[in-house]
Design a protein around this ligand. Structure first.
Ligand code: IPM
Ligand code: MN
Length: 354
């Protein structure tokens, strides 16, 4: 089959990690006879430098013409430390999500038995953790009305949701939970926020169409606590944009390294796959970045965008094997063991796949 994939490597370690994911993807292409056509486009700080726009129109065109999109990371400390910057790399990410309509962000958290001791949490607490966040990605406080008043001395950001936005996101969550353990938690702050009350109302309505799914409604503060107490009690969690942003960073630590968790952002026409971690500028160019989250994102791409389960499984098995054998970057190396560089991990996986 012919697969056209757009690559938006972005900033920081983005180019290094996507390079390894492409290598692995090409190895799969060779093995299963898929012709993979790569098209490259700019986004983030690098696109600001070149085009004065963190998500230029040319990049958007490449994205909509592709069958799927592989994304690295964006962000640059130059902008983080300058609150007055008018154009910021992160705006590119938000513009891209909105223009491509990527409303559902699927972020799994699972543990690897070979890495269980790497987690900052006690083994008995996290054993068997296998949960997925379905985070709303194109609305809420990220896209609401914001500004300053009172001569700049007062600032506001507003969180707005309509029923339709909640419904389409919740449906994704219910559909996913039907393929999994049929357990769904709606995370909100309905004891305080009106937008959360609309979430609850809407989800309670949809719940009727999925009688097999065991649904719970929990407040975000309590979920933040339970995630580190008993993460293995959750299966699918649905939530709004900002809660999802915060909780998925928290959850990603459970597995032992943020460098391991992949994600998918799904819309009605397009889909994008990216690691959960950021651009990690301190590590850029040093060859120490862990490429596994990006490589696992490619596995998700095969499974979800191309419906190629076998290809996805082969990538996951190779990653598991490399973890068991300790063929990993320094963030995962056991005491005294030798670590591999970013590209050595990619090479090792390619050999395994062959
Ligand atoms: C993420 C990131 C982004 C977000 C930032 C970079 C805008 O943290 O993908 O989780 O907040 O959504
Ligand atoms: Mn985030």
């Amino acid at each position: 089959m012919e697969l056209k994939i757009a690559v938006l490597a972005g900033d920081g370690i983005g180019p290094e990690i996507t390079k390894e994911a492409i290598k692995v993807c090409n190895a799969i292409g060779k093995k299963y006879n898929h012709k993979i056509i790569w098209t490259y486009a700019s986004t983030g700080a690098i696109a600001i430098e070149k085009y004065n726009d963190p998500y230029p129109d040319d990049t958007h065109k490449i994205c909509i013409e592709a069958d799927s999109i592989l994304f690295g990371a964006i962000g640059d400390p130059k902008y983080d430390n300058d609150p007055s910057a008018k154009i910021r790399p992160e705006q590119g990410l938000l513009k891209m999500r909105k223009k491509l309509g990527l409303f559902a962000n699927i972020r799994p958290t699972f543990t690897f038995s070979s890495l269980i001791d790497k987690s900052p949490l006690k083994k008995e607490r996290i054993n068997g953790t296998d949960l997925v966040f379905v985070r709303e990605l194109t609305s809420g406080i990220y896209f609401g009305d914001r500004g300053r008043k009172d001569n700049g001395d007062t600032a506001y950001d507003t969180c707005t949701y309509n029923r339709e936005e909640i419904k389409r996101l919740a449906k994704k969550g219910f559909e996913l939970s039907m393929k999994r353990r049929k357990k769904l938690c709606c995370v909100d702050k309905a004891n305080v926020l009106e937008s959360s009350r609309l979430w609850r109302e809407t989800v309670q309505d949809i719940e009727k169409s999925y009688p097999e799914v065991d649904v719970s409604y929990e407040f975000v503060d309590a979920v933040a606590m339970r995630l580190v107490q008993w993460p293995n009690c959750y299966d699918v969690l649905i939530t709004e944009n900002l809660f999802g942003d915060i909780l998925t960073d928290e959850a990603s630590v459970i597995s032992g390294s943020m460098g391991l968790m992949p994600s998918a952002s799904i819309g009605t026409k397009n889909a994008l796959y990216e690691p959960i971690h950021g651009s990690f500028p301190q590590a850029a160019g040093l060859g120490i970045a862990n490429p596994l989250a990006t490589i696992l994102s490619v596995a998700m791409m095969f499974e979800m965008s191309f419906n190629m389960k076998q290809e996805g499984r082969v990538i996951r098995n190779a990653v598991n094997y490399s973890l068991e054998e300790g063929k990993v970057t320094q963030d995962l190396t056991q005491k005294g063991a030798k670590s591999l560089s970013t590209s050595e991990v990619g090479d090792y996986l390619v050999e395994l796949i062959k």
